[in-house]
Design a binder for this molecule. Sequence first.
Ligand code: MN
Length: 138
Amino acid sequence: MQGAESLRRTSKRILVVEDNELNMKLLNDVLEAHGFEVLSTSRGKVAVDWAHQHRPDLILMDLQLPDLSGLDATRQLKADEATSAIPIIAVTAFAMAGDEKKALDHGCDAYVAKPIVLRDFLDLIDRFIGIPKHPTQG
Ligand code: MN
């Protein structure tokens, strides 16, 4: 049910783990425009802590991070029953052949390749947790 309530405030929360500032801003802006509450960090270790503290509905996980890799962070989250049910979508660099398989092998539920195609990206999120708000197009 879409209503005034969902336009004002959503309970759907996405944790964005991304160390590239431009990508992070793009993802935050797009997700907030679609009604999500967004938490973001560039650090894998922080992501693991925040997944426990804030219980996001979904995690977007860049695989190349400065500290703990996105793959290791994913493996930790999926090995812990407190966080194993949170869907994790890996964000993989365009040129890194084989990253998609690695991401799935480490427990990611899906992946998107950079550069991100927004429509496909939003369709994927919609399949996992639904999209709270659809801004008017054009
Ligand atoms: Mn990165």
